[in-house]
Write a new protein. Structure first.
Length: 241
């Protein structure tokens, strides 16, 4: 479903690459945690995959090569929950944001409103529909941003720090929702406990390269590996010890 082949990204010419010759594949239905310390390249990888930044090498999504010709179709198939919800929520009310994408992709307004209602109900956030974005708390805005992507009904879902700003109850709720979603998912986060609860596979980035790629339990229990890449064991594993 997703393939990176020798992908490189540099923000300035002559600078060291943020992503350096990355190659990996993600199969349909996989839930993959993308971890690494600050500056490892997690957000950059998600932006490259959605065409928000240019890259060298080849990225393939749902059998389509990421280029100008296929970009619109790839974005139709890919939902991206950004790290900063303010960059995603730009309409006056939550419902306005939620129907904007589906309507622009050809869905009728009536069907878009229905899809928005279903997405909010999935998150237990029906009360947010008519709220104004500038009056939302950080946690409410995060849920609204996730619901906006769910309403698009994408085949692939990309999450950048999805648990940030959520209280414990909504965090637990989101874990259950993500686990239940059949779509292919990539979750970029510093919250390793969240990854432990939602992902079967982990890709560990360090300095723009893949330091490890394997089963979640194996990587997140490897204290030496994590510490050598400026990470710590998940809190839940530390408490068990």
């Amino acid at each position: 479903m997703i393939r990176f082949e020798n992908v490189c990204v540099s923000y300035e010419k002559g600078d060291a690459p943020v992503l350096d010759s990355l190659s990996f594949e993600i199969k349909a239905g996989e839930s993959v945690g993308l971890i690494g310390s600050n500056g490892a390249g997690k957000s950059t990888l998600l932006k490259a995959m959605t065409g928000l930044i240019s890259h060298e090498g080849r990225i393939t999504v749902c059998g389509l090569t990421l280029d100008k010709q296929n970009l619109a179709e790839i974005r139709r198939k890919t939902g991206y929950v950004m790290q900063n919800s303010d960059n995603q929520m730009f309409m006056p009310r939550v419902i306005d944001d939620m129907i904007f994408g589906p309507v622009n992709y050809g869905m009728s307004r009536e069907d878009a409103v229905e899809a928005a209602g279903e997405a909010l109900a999935t998150l237990g956030a029906e009360n947010l529909a008519d709220k104004y974005n500038h009056k939302l708390s950080g946690g409410e805005k995060r849920l609204a941003a996730i619901a906006t992507v769910l309403a698009m009904k994408p085949q692939i879902m990309l999450f950048d720090e999805p648990s940030s700003a959520l209280d414990p109850k909504n965090r637990r709720n989101l874990i259950g929702i993500i686990k239940s979603l059949p779509e292919t998912k990539i979750i970029a986060t510093h919250d390793l406990d969240f990854v432990l609860d939602t992902c079967d596979r982990v890709i560990l980035l360090s300095g723009g390269i893949i330091a490890a790629d394997g089963k979640t339990d194996e990587i997140l229990k490897d204290k030496a590996l994590l510490e050598s890449n400026n990470l710590e064991l998940p809190l839940s594993l530390t408490q068990r010890g």
